[in-house]
Ligand binder design. Structure first.
Ligand SMILES: [Zn+2]
Length: 276
């Protein structure tokens, strides 16, 4: 069964994200547990969490993903930032357990001078510090690879997985992978990208896809999302991606923009139309 949904808001109560999802026509989704632009702890009351779980079950919406704060930087060589990042991630995985959410999604972050190898080492050991509750899995997301950010290259994902003792899985963001140089705009490019992901990381550990088109060309390292089929990946690339066996059972979460009169409902319809 196709699982497709959007990143929805918990403003006014976590359960509102479920209602919003249902309004868009989605049946899985992603949330922030708090504002992602600041260091803040998730503050979800027990009854609110219970309502979130009940409504998700009632409407058959899931799996859900918590997207961690944008400030988290697992690769950092700076002790204070590392400590805040680990602390923030610990609170996210605890919030996920409370909400009965399967996944917490995180970017590796930027090595800011530690070098690729040092940065990947830092990320692996930071992940080792987490005490992840049963039923919750940390997903490392592929990155667009700007500046010293790691995770643009599938090798980075595989290296962190090798070096950490934590059982991590992965989220492939189509806009990020495309910006990082994996050409998803043609059926051949899609085939090659999945073959490379499988060879380097392993498709069995692909737990989630952030399905976004890209406003910028392949290999530009620029991360700006576009409506599905309307960006540089385009309709042919998206159709090939959506119908590939590799994602037959992988939940697809949209982080598409709301602009030009199109919102998540339009993009979810577009996905259903392109999936054969
Ligand atoms: Zn993403």
């Amino acid at each position: 069964m196709l699982r497709v949904g959007a990143h929805t808001s918990i403003a006014g109560g976590a359960y509102n994200a479920v209602d919003e999802q249902v309004d868009y026509g989605g049946n899985c989704g992603q949330i922030f547990s708090h504002s992602p632009q600041v260091w803040q702890d998730p503050n979800i009351e027990d009854d609110e969490a219970a309502k979130f779980r009940d409504r998700s079950a009632e409407h058959d919406v899931g799996p859900w993903v918590i997207h961690s704060s944008y400030l988290v930087n697992l690769c950092t060589p700076k002790d204070d930032l590392r400590e805040k990042s680990v602390d923030s991630m610990q609170k996210e995985v605890d919030a996920a357990a409370k909400l009965d959410i399967d996944y917490v999604n995180v970017h590796l972050g930027a090595h800011t001078g530690a070098g690729v190898d040092g940065g990947l080492d830092n990320a692996a050991s930071a992940l080792d510090e987490l005490d992840v509750p049963e039923g919750v899995t940390v997903l490392v997301e592929s990155d667009a690879g700007s500046g010293t950010k790691l995770g643009g290259d599938f090798e980075h994902l595989a290296t962190v997985q090798e070096r950490t003792g934590l059982d991590i899985e992965f989220c492939l963001d189509t806009a990020h992978a495309f910006a990082a140089g994996y050409d998803l705009s043609t059926p051949e490019g899609v085939e090659e990208t999945f073959a490379e992901f499988d060879a380097v990381v392993g498709l069995e550990d692909l737990a989630c896809v952030h399905l976004n088109d890209s406003k910028h060309a392949c290999g530009t390292n620029k991360d700006e999302h576009a409506h599905i089929g309307e960006g540089e990946i385009g309709k042919a690339g998206m159709r090939a991606f959506l119908n590939h066996d590799a994602v037959a059972d992988v939940p697809l979460v949209l982080e598409t923009p709301t602009e030009n009169g199109k919102s998540f409902d339009w993009n979810i319809d577009r996905v259903r139309e392109l999936r054969e």
